[in-house]
Design a binder for this molecule. Sequence first.
Ligand SMILES: Nc1ncnc2c1ncn2[C@@H]1O[C@H](COP(=O)(O)OP(=O)(O)O)[C@@H](O)[C@H]1O
Ligand SMILES: [Mg+2]
Length: 233
Amino acid sequence: MSAYIIKTNNVSKKFKKAYAIKNLSMSVRKNSVYGLLGPNGAGKSTLLKMITGIIRPTSGQILFDDHPWTRKDLRNIGSLIESPPLYENLTAFENLKVRATLLGIETDKCNDVLQRMDLMHTKNKKASEFSLGMKQRLGIALALLGSPKLLLLDEPTNGLDPFGIEELRQMIRTFAASGISVIVSSHILSEVQQVADDIGIIYNGSLLYQDEVDANDDLEQLFMDIVRREREA
Ligand SMILES: Nc1ncnc2c1ncn2[C@@H]1O[C@H](COP(=O)(O)OP(=O)(O)O)[C@@H](O)[C@H]1O
Ligand SMILES: [Mg+2]
């Protein structure tokens, strides 16, 4: 069995003439949190969209759990990319119920994921009445419905207050502890440092760095050095 839930081998994505992702090889360990770091426009969303099949790589290969990625693997991948796909006029529970029905998942599971995301008390509130943080959490609850092995969270802390960010961080750690691998992207270095086991730094569509991270690393400095070196090259 592979130690990696996702491996990309020299993956590229070209839009019209420009490459958004260039020969990118990334390895995401099972049951870990992988922090994908990079400034706006670096290619984070494009990379995550290729892993969820929203867009196809122009070249290269994506391996899911050691086999070439196919659409069947989407059963094991939950994602929240850009903003959560909610029906504003439906309640939290109804939003989940709609997705559960589509996927053939039992209603009980809707309550499980509400509980897990600490939304039980707002189960019957309409999504339109939710704060941004609650919407993000409902978006993650939707992503968890299918009991994924891999969860992709694209800049999930955007728009959250410090309290919401801390709560989300703790939730992300519980996912990894319960056997869900997580890829979380961010343009905020300090945020990822506190939650990730490994980080990848993406810049101009290239992965410039990938390694384990610990609390003592000076990510700001590392990031600046790597980007400066790339610009000079
Ligand atoms: N559908 C698209 N068509 C053309 N260019 C795109 C498209 N999606 C993304 N891009 C370009 O690809 C690059 C990477 O974008 P993106 O993956 O959204 O970056 P990030 O998520 O890191 O901010 C940007 O230059 C962006 O303009
Ligand atoms: Mg993005």
